[in-house]
Design a protein around this ligand. Sequence first.
Ligand SMILES: [Zn+2]
Length: 83
Amino acid sequence: MRCGICNYTPLELTTTTMEEWDGDELIVIEEVPVEKCPQCGEEYFKPEVLEELEALIERRRQLPQLQPEAILQVPVFKFALAV
Ligand SMILES: [Zn+2]
């Protein structure tokens, strides 16, 4: 596969961390497989990976045994107050 942004090839098979909002809850999913362009950094996800990500976010409500690896506390700011 070739990078759609800068045309570089080959892309690098690696993993990344995804953040997805589920309503007002932020979900972090680690070790998501991705093809990454070593030149410009663009990431390409296979459709089945994106489907599994969606399924994981939905399933976690139905499967109480699906426990998170960790719970993070994150700082939240209002933009206007930061300047
Ligand atoms: Zn690229």
